[in-house]
Design a protein. Structure first.
Ligand code: PMV
Length: 323
């Protein structure tokens, strides 16, 4: 029996990933750039145990289906040359599956815990390639601060990895998450983005413009230009949701409070607060705030009708082994 426990933090994309390249191994059609969040994380323990006949998994003390987890653990087993089944015990400190990037922190924590428990010591890049095969956004949660995920060109996925751009302390932006619905989202990201080339007329434009957006974001981050980072972030979010809405069947992740929170962010900005919004495959609004402005933004968003709760967080660290 061998075991390890790891913690990985969730992340929020500033330039969004949506859509896959053809072929196996969960290859992204576009690159992405994200920030890792201190306040939202997953702790995962993996125990490889010869006494187990099958893999088992629980999340937040409830059993979960291993259909997506066993093929992932098989990647680790193949690499380590073992055949032992595993017990996975995982806990999120935030609501699961509601557009708060639980698959990102979840698969990053699982990648690190499972490889360590199997006796492997992967480099962060190798770990991100593994995590990507569980969930595209998970590759970025291997790193703290600002991270970029590369689309890659190769069919084997060896160049589709994430890497660090800035450590959290190098530009301590703040994030306020406005939770507008605690229920699990109805269309998860893998289903939402499958066969997009046939389902949205806007998809080719999304892919064609992605490199321009990534390059502008890299420059703006390097220059610590908050207004440009924020403007690119809002634009990537709105483009993503335009693409989602144009998909057959149309995906609408927003509720009235989502829209009210977006408008509140813009009103704050017009009144002089440096803040921009972004939204993933769910109804929560994430406000990107210049250093020192998180508290005022959290107070304002808490007053928006339909906002159930706000969480304020700094940028977080890389995934790490706890035990
Ligand atoms: O990798 P997934 O399946 O968690 O999809 C991530 C999709 C978005 O959160 C909407 C965008 C992103 O880049 O994180």
């Amino acid at each position: 029996m061998s075991q390890a426990t790891a913690r990985a933090h969730s992340n929020i994309a500033l330039i969004k990933y949506w859509g896959k390249r053809a072929g196996p191994r969960n290859l992204p059609a576009v690159g992405s750039i994200s920030v890792t969040l201190d306040g939202l994380y997953t702790d995962t323990t993996v125990v490889f145990d010869e006494a187990l006949a099958a893999d088992t998994a629980e999340l937040d003390k409830k059993p979960v289906d291993t259909a997506r987890l066993t093929p992932f653990l098989d990647l680790v087993r193949a690499r380590a040359g073992i055949d032992t089944r595993a017990a996975i015990v995982s806990a999120n400190n935030f609501p699961t599956g509601a557009g708060l990037a639980s698959s990102a922190s979840g698969f990053a924590a699982l990648s690190l815990a499972a490889t360590r428990a199997a006796g492997l010591a992967l480099s962060p890049r190798e770990l991100s390639i593994l995590a990507r095969q569980g969930s595209g956004s998970a590759a970025r949660s291997v790193f703290g601060g600002f991270a970029e995920m590369h689309r890659g060109e190769l069919d084997d996925g060896s160049d589709a990895f994430a890497e660090s751009m800035l450590d959290p302390g190098e530009w301590p932006l703040e994030i306020v998450v406005a939770i507008t619905d605690r229920a699990t989202k109805s269309v998860n990201s893998s289903i939402g983005m499958s066969h997009l080339d046939q389902r949205s007329d806007y998809y080719s434009a999304w892919v064609a413009h992605s490199e321009t957006d990534l390059s502008a974001m890299r420059d703006a981050i390097a220059a610590r230009d908050f207004e440009t980072v924020g403007a690119l972030t809002e634009m990537s979010c709105l483009k993503l949701h335009g693409l989602m809405m144009s998909t057959r069947p149309g995906l609408i992740y927003w509720n009235p409070a989502t829209v009210a929170a977006m408008q509140a962010v813009r009103a704050l900005r017009e009144a002089g607060t440096p803040v921009y919004f972004t939204i993933d495959a769910g109804p929560q609004v994430k406000a990107l705030c210049a250093p020192g402005h998180g508290e005022a933004v959290a107070r304002a968003l808490a007053r928006v009708p339909g906002v159930l709760e706000t969480r304020r967080t700094a940028l977080g660290p890389a995934a790490s082994v706890l035990a």
